[in-house]
Write a protein that binds this ligand. Structure first.
Ligand code: PEP
Length: 261
């Protein structure tokens, strides 16, 4: 954790909760989450709930994040929602989540285009980077991280880099894939490697400045051990973000850590 910057706690609701249930969860969270200068709480509901929630949330407490969007700004792309359409509703968009890479065959190039489209439309992409279990077992983790990171940032200038958030989220650690609990030491090494890639592309200052989060089965009991890792600026939370007790406890753990720094 870096005391100069905010801690980001992002809740990825995935394909859960209808509009009513989403409203209810926000209501419950609102009762439990305090406004805190150093902790930014980001909610990624379904696309359907985005508009109503944008009118309901306390914007001092919560920011909205899309889970995905289409890289073209408009056109005959039936069924899609563009970053351009989301520009005045969300602050962030998750890009390159393992679920999208695996279930929807998103390629490195698609993810690169989405990152560029997000930035072009004033949305900060939260770019998920991480290897599968098979790639880890084959000793390919670094190569995969390198390829995903360098392609995602291919068209991003030094100035635009300020709006980028990276997440080390190995597929094997996500609860809906293998759900293996990552060791903080391994997370630290992977994130140091990601910052090294950013250093090679954009220089020392950029590597220090860029936000890097960890994601993968984080819960209210172990969030502290991840937020305490040097170089980690926050967490991407899936399953535990759907339970208001658990998510509020995660946010609270982040507050407490900030108060101790
Ligand atoms: C995710 O899918 O982004 C995620 C972090 O999920 P979980 O916390 O459930 O592993």
């Amino acid at each position: 954790m870096n005391s100069d910057r905010k801690t980001l706690i992002v809740g990825n609701w995935k394909m859960h909760l209808n509009v009513h249930q989403s409203s209810l969860l926000v209501h419950r969270l609102n009762e439990r989450v305090k406004v805190h200068r150093d902790v930014e709480v980001v909610l990624a509901p379904s696309m359907l709930a985005m508009q109503p929630l944008s009118l309901e949330i306390d914007h001092r407490k919560f920011r909205l994040c899309a889970q995905d969007a289409y890289p073209k700004d408009e056109g005959g792309y039936t069924g899609e929602v563009s970053f351009a359409m989301l520009g005045d509703i969300v602050r962030y968009c998750i890009v390159g989540h393992s679920a999208r890479r695996i279930y929807f065959n998103e390629t490195l190039e698609t993810i690169r285009d989405k990152v560029q489209a997000a930035v072009r439309n004033g949305i900060s992409p939260i770019i998920c980077i991480g290897e599968t279990k098979q790639e880890r077992d084959a000793g390919e983790s670094r190569q995969v991280i390198h390829d995903q990171l360098t392609t995602a940032l291919m068209n991003i200038t030094s100035r635009e880099l300020d709006s980028i958030v990276l997440v080390y989220e190995p597929t094997w650690a996500i609860s809906t894939f293998d759900g293996i609990i990552a060791k903080p030491d391994d997370v630290q090494k992977a994130i140091a490697y990601m910052r090294m890639q950013v250093r090679e592309l954009y220089g020392e200052k950029a590597a220090e400045r860029i936000y890097v989060l960890y994601g993968g089965s984080v819960n209210e009991h172990d969030v502290r051990s991840y937020l305490n890792i040097p170089g980690v600026d926050g967490a991407l939370i899936g399953a535990a973000s759907l339970n208001y007790h658990q998510f509020a406890a995660i946010v609270d753990a982040a507050y407490r850590l900030r108060l101790e720094v």
